[in-house]
Ligand binder design. Structure first.
Ligand code: PEP
Ligand code: MG
Length: 566
């Protein structure tokens, strides 16, 4: 491949990085027509070797984790290595191979039967199902002679390149050594983009052609321009290094966010775990605007208990020492699959029983979570705010508010991420204390465009004037009701869009902590009136590209330069 070749995608954040490529591979697919074994003894030996290799590599990782002082990870890895050595598992696989089943199929079939047994047993065994399936994928990869799935161990700061990541993959990234993330699939509001932004890792999604990159290729990832360049020139390396430096300098500004004429703007952090909270708390944010609690339980097969949840929530409330923390109830389903809550066999999961709608089938998940919030309040002495995702009607908002208040939660809100809720925001605000615009889903549902698929990214764009109209309608309802209207979708972290949102009347912006310095800087360079003009210019455009260009034309030069957009 030609040096200097550039791949274009959609950038997440404004930062960048240069480093060697490390390819991450998806779980192997067992070919439907896998032939039966010509030599069953040789096939069984190959499977045995696969299990032995996997057990040995897990054992080595466990030792490394123990040495690094990560005892819990070491224990999990050792338990997983033991599963890979389970004789009962192997005997059943051997029996299937003897009966004429292809070796990869035999591994898949037997492990899936064991996984079902583990799930039915519940408790600790059910918790091990994800690990058992990861053993299956690794052994199948060895049997088929394809690359091992997942992100290989990183030994230096690297650019991890993949087709896409599962939510669980992204949650286990090596933060020390992941300099940047590049995916061929996904979109600007898919989980990979959200988690990368949250972790402050520069990321380019939907980068066409990156499948041709190889391990060790040196690339420059420029999130501000959405580009990945192989063998970057010294000028490009220099430009990226300078921008990273500017962002780091701006991060030292910890004054409360406000417009140039002193109108205060509440800047808040989006988090998904207690570790995120610990990383975000020292930053100049007024609290947490969105705690995506489902992120805590992505690898769980069984529902978390009151006790388990209360522990985490109390820790987060204490970490923020009395600052506002908005905890969102579980948003399971569609792009956030939780094994214990997602509905099987939905043709259209994004339009199905997800988020708040799960109360229709089983209210116990929500009640358990609300009880955990009350318990966390008692333990920490800090009152959490709570909000529900995927609210469509004022009646749902009322029902949620009654349940939450019934558990003693004092400040109750809902997300506005369905167009129906935006259009009826005034009635919804009669039922709750605040609303928060989930612009990721609001864009998906307004434009009828799946947020996980980037092919239609021109439609899946917060700059679409129709989406801005719905944001404006919601903000107006908040002004009328005298109640706060925040934004917690990824749009809040785009410094130019942040000006628009403020101009439309929203009162708080919640984003990944790494996005706050540039948003604070952009706000400080514009008056509230200028923000209104920028918002008007965007809203009166006829499409997304024009809206963005019209807004950008009114943004101060200093800000455009800092963003690398002048
Ligand atoms: C949103 O939809 O904008 C949002 C903040 O929620 P999530 O991205 O978790 O669906
Ligand atoms: Mg959402």
């Amino acid at each position: 491949m030609a040096p200097g070749r550039e791949f274009t995608g959609i950038g997440v954040g404004r930062g960048g990085a240069v480093g060697p490529v490390v390819l991450a591979h998806a779980a192997p697919r067992v070919p439907p027509g896998e032939p039966g074994p010509a030599d069953p003894e040789a096939a069984k030996a190959k499977v045995a070797e696969g299990f032995a290799d996997v057990a040995a590599s897990l054992g080595a990782k466990a030792d490394a984790a123990a040495e690094a002082g990560i005892g819990t990870l070491a224990d999990v890895l050792r338990a997983t290595a033991q599963m890979a050595q389970d004789p009962a598992l192997r005997e059943e696989i051997d029996a299937l191979i003897d009966a004429g089943t292809g070796p990869a199929h035999a591994v898949e079939q037997v492990v899936d039967t064991f996984a079902q047994m583990f799930l039915s047993a519940g408790g600790y065994l059910a918790e091990r199902v994800t690990d058992l399936r990861s053993v299956r994928d690794r052994v199948v990869a060895r049997v088929l002679g394809v690359a091992e799935p997942g992100v290989p161990t990183l030994t230096e700061p690297s650019v991890v390149v993949a087709e896409d990541f599962s939510p669980a993959d992204t949650a286990t990234l090596d933060l020390e050594n992941t300099a940047a993330i590049v995916t061929r699939l996904g979109g600007p509001t898919s989980h990979t983009a959200i988690i990368a932004a949250q972790l402050g890792i520069p990321c380019v999604v939907r980068a066409e052609g990156v499948g041709s990159l190889r391990d060790g290729d040196v690339v420059a990832v420029d999130a501000a321009h959405g580009t990945v360049t192989k063998d970057p020139s010294p000028e490009l390396r220099e430009a990226i290094a300078r921008r990273v430096e500017v962002i780091a300098e701006l991060a030292s500004d910890d004054a409360p966010a406000a417009t140039a004429d002193g109108v205060p703007v509440q800047l808040l952090a989006n988090i998904g775990t207690a570790d995120d909270a610990a990383r975000a708390a020292p930053a100049a944010v007024e609290g947490v605007g969105l705690f995506r609690t489902e992120v805590l339980f992505l690898d769980r097969s069984t529902a978390p208990t009151v006790e388990e949840q209360a522990d985490v929530y109390a820790r987060v409330l204490e970490t923020f020492g009395g600052r506002k923390v908005v905890i969102r109830t579980l948003d399971a389903g569609a792009d956030k699959p939780l094994a214990f809550a997602t509905q099987p066999d939905e043709d259209n999961p994004a339009l199905g029983v997800r988020g708040y709608r799960l109360v229709r089938i089983d209210a116990s998940l929500l009640d358990t979570q609300l009880a955990a919030l009350a318990e966390a309040h008692r333990r920490s002495g800090v009152a959490p705010w709570v909000m529900a995702p995927m609210i469509a009607t004022p009646a749902e908002a009322r029902d949620f508010a009654e349940r939450a208040r019934g558990h003693g939660v004092q400040t109750v809100g809902v997300m506005v991420e369905i167009p129906a809720a935006a259009l009826r925001a005034r009635e919804i605000l009669d039922e709750v204390d605040f609303v928060s615009l989930g612009t990721n889903d609001l864009t998906q549902y307004t434009m009828a465009t799946d947020r996980l698929r980037g092919e239609l990214s021109d439609l899946l764009d917060i700059w679409q004037p129709a989406v801005l109209d719905l944001v404006a309608a919601t903000a107006m309802a908040g002004l009328e009701a005298g109640k706060p209207v925040g934004v917690c979708g990824e749009s809040a972290g785009d410094p130019v869009m942040a000006l628009v949102l403020l101009g439309l009347g929203v009162t708080s912006l919640s984003m990944s902590v790494s996005a706050t310095p540039l948003v604070r800087f952009a706000l400080r360079h514009h008056t509230a009136d200028q923000c209104r003009l920028i918002a008007q210019a965007a809203r009166s455009s006829s499409d997304a590209a024009q809206a963005r260009a019209a807004a950008l034309a009114l943004v101060s030069r200093d800000v455009r330069e800092a963003l690398g957009l002048s």
